[in-house]
Design a protein around this ligand. Structure first.
Ligand SMILES: *[C@@H]1O[C@H](CO)[C@@H](O)[C@H](O)[C@H]1NC(C)=O
Ligand SMILES: *[C@@H]1O[C@H](CO)[C@@H](O)[C@H](O)[C@H]1NC(C)=O
Length: 318
């Protein structure tokens, strides 16, 4: 479990999509220029796990390493993704619109969820194991329970950019970090919602050292010689765009602490705004708030729990 994964964060609304519709072998494609042209919905199946109105795992975390996903900006609109969605952790923090049309209790309205966890049961080519909250959100008003009762439903999905109004890319120094081992969770990147590389520069060293994916959205660096802060962090998104958070981690950094940067990706080009009606509607799913779960509480090695939950749940699937 610990060997899987890596990446980042989260939520909200509007557009961006990939995938070629109908092709069962298609893989999610991040070429944004396709998105405005082909905003196709792709078939998938959905299940749910955890408490009926909960955020998934009992600890409100998941295999991505995010914490407090019951709170904004995730607000429990979260999902486990199977491998084509979770991508060994690289899919952590990706945002998708989902909707259901077939079950009579479905509202048909798109909702936005973020990938915060993983599952690997062979339920469908694309399988969203949703939080109870997210699953229920696909229903018509007051028919949430009826829909949840269905257990497994056909849905459609499409990738959308994540948007975290008022939030900048935030780094969380993970529990157990020390001068010879630094583990950093990267969160709240607008746009694709995850990063494909993180590099670190020690105080005045003048060069970047690549960090490596530890698990989920957590990146780590192991050093025999103690690392000297402050640290600058450089993140690279799926488009290859690099942003530098200059000396975002102070010399007197501490584990279990959040450090907010002043950098943020552009979520999308203006081409997206026409579809952004979603962004302002309350039905759009994830509501983002600057409160953003900047809680210093850390829950430690979390992914295992969800993995187990996902697995248990998976065995119930007809
Ligand atoms: C995106 O797709 C367009 C149209 O197929 C292509 O011209 C362009 O080079 C692609 N961009 C990237 C970054 O792959
Ligand atoms: C990567 O970042 C650039 C710059 O902010 C942005 O224009 C681009 O859309 C981002 N790529 C993705 C896939 O979000």
């Amino acid at each position: 479990m610990a060997s899987m994964i890596a990446s980042s964060k989260v939520v909200a609304l509007i557009f961006f999509l990939l995938v070629s519709y109908g092709s069962c072998t298609s893989i999610v494609n991040f070429n944004a220029s396709h998105i405005t042209a082909d905003p196709y919905w792709v078939p998938a199946r959905a299940t749910w796990y955890g408490a009926p109105t909960g955020a998934g795992p009992l600890d409100n975390g998941g295999a991505c390493g995010f914490k407090n996903v019951n709170l904004p900006p995730f607000s429990a609109m979260t999902s486990c993704g199977n491998q084509p969605l979770f991508k060994d952790g690289k899919g952590c923090g990706s945002c998708y619109q989902i909707r259901c049309l077939k079950h009579p209790a479905c509202s048909g309205n798109p909702e936005t969820v973020a990938i915060t966890d993983m599952n690997y049961y062979p339920v469908a080519k694309y399988h969203f194991d949703l939080s109870g909250t997210a699953f229920g959100a696909l229903a018509q008003p007051s028919r949430n329970d009826e829909l949840r009762h269905a257990g497994i439903i056909d849905i459609q999905f499409r990738r959308v950019p994540c948007i975290y109004p008022g939030l900048t890319v935030t780094f969380h120094i993970e529990h157990g970090s020390n001068p010879n081992y630094l583990a950093v969770l990267v969160e709240f990147e607008d746009g694709d919602g995850d990063v494909v590389q993180v590099d670190l520069m020690e105080a005045n060293s003048g060069w970047w050292t690549p960090m490596r994916e530890s698990w989920g959205s957590i990146w780590r660096l192991d050093r025999r010689r103690p690392l000297t802060g402050p640290f600058s962090l450089r993140i690279t998104n799926e488009s290859g765009e690099k942003l530098v958070a200059y000396q975002v981690i102070p010399a007197n950094w501490a584990p279990n602490a959040y450090y907010r940067s002043n950098i943020q990706y552009q979520a999308f080009s203006s081409d997206f705004s026409s579809d952004a009606g979603l962004g302002s509607g309350s039905g759009a799913g994830l509501v983002i708030s600057p409160a953003a779960g900047l809680d210093t509480k850390i829950l430690g090695v979390i992914g295992l729990i969800c993995l187990v939950l996902c697995r248990l749940h998976g065995t119930d699937v007809p």
